[in-house]
Design a protein around this ligand. Structure first.
Ligand code: SAH
Length: 185
């Protein structure tokens, strides 16, 4: 985050993080984390590392310092400079061992680390990317904003069952676009 925005860090509103991207308002970060139903030991994937903040919040829940069996957050970011700064931010804040930031197109998931207990998508796509459904464990949960390219989208909670995917609409939201092979081109 830019130094001139430091005074706004505790205001519950989205803030710019550079490269045309934004970090969500804190209530949205917490709401998405809450509905994901995160537990210690979970292996999760975040699509859209951005600043690294949301990944740190998730790591705090699934991989607290004193846990015997720590979980892990893999966070993909497609903008190289954001991936680099997210990695630095996370290391500086003490999350380097619990969050791995990967540069790439998160709409393709992260096959080499699949399957995941939980998947968090922090940018809005036209539909749930098929690879993310495939890389989610059965009984796993996924949160993603789905809808129009710019304003508005629905925040969707999806749960994988033996029969397929159960989807629930949570609320209306406004997120930056999910770009990539299974997102907006
Ligand atoms: N979770 C972030 C905020 C994310 S903003 C935080 O805590 O700061 C959405 C991010 O998704 C942006 O950084 C954008 O570059 C990224 N993004 C968009 N499409 C992507 C894709 N296909 N793969 C990976 N990252 C993507």
């Amino acid at each position: 985050m830019k130094a001139e925005l430091r005074d706004e860090a505790y205001i519950d509103t989205p803030l710019p993080i550079g490269h045309g991207q934004t970090i969500s308002a804190i209530h949205m970060v917490l709401m998405m984390s809450e509905v994901l139903d995160l537990h210690i030991g979970h292996k999760m994937l975040e699509v859209g590392a951005g600043s690294g903040y949301h990944a740190a919040i998730c790591a705090e829940i699934i991989a607290p310092q004193d846990a015997d069996k720590k979980g892990h957050v893999f966070s993909i970011e497609r903008v190289r400079k954001l991936a680099d700064s997210a990695r630095k931010n996370l290391e500086r804040a003490g999350y380097g061992d619990r969050v791995t930031v990967v540069l790439g197109d998160g709409t393709c998931g992260l096959q080499e680390e699949a399957p995941f207990d939980r998947i968090l998508v922090t940018a809005a796509g036209p539909k749930i990317p098929e690879p993310l459904i495939e890389q989610l464990k059965e009984t796993g949960k996924l949160v993603i904003p789905i809808g129009q390219l710019h304003l508005w989208q629905d925040l969707i909670l999806a749960e994988k069952t033996s029969k397929g995917i159960d989807k629930k609409r949570l609320c209306g939201v406004a997120f930056v676009p999910l770009r990539g092979k299974y997102g907006w081109r």
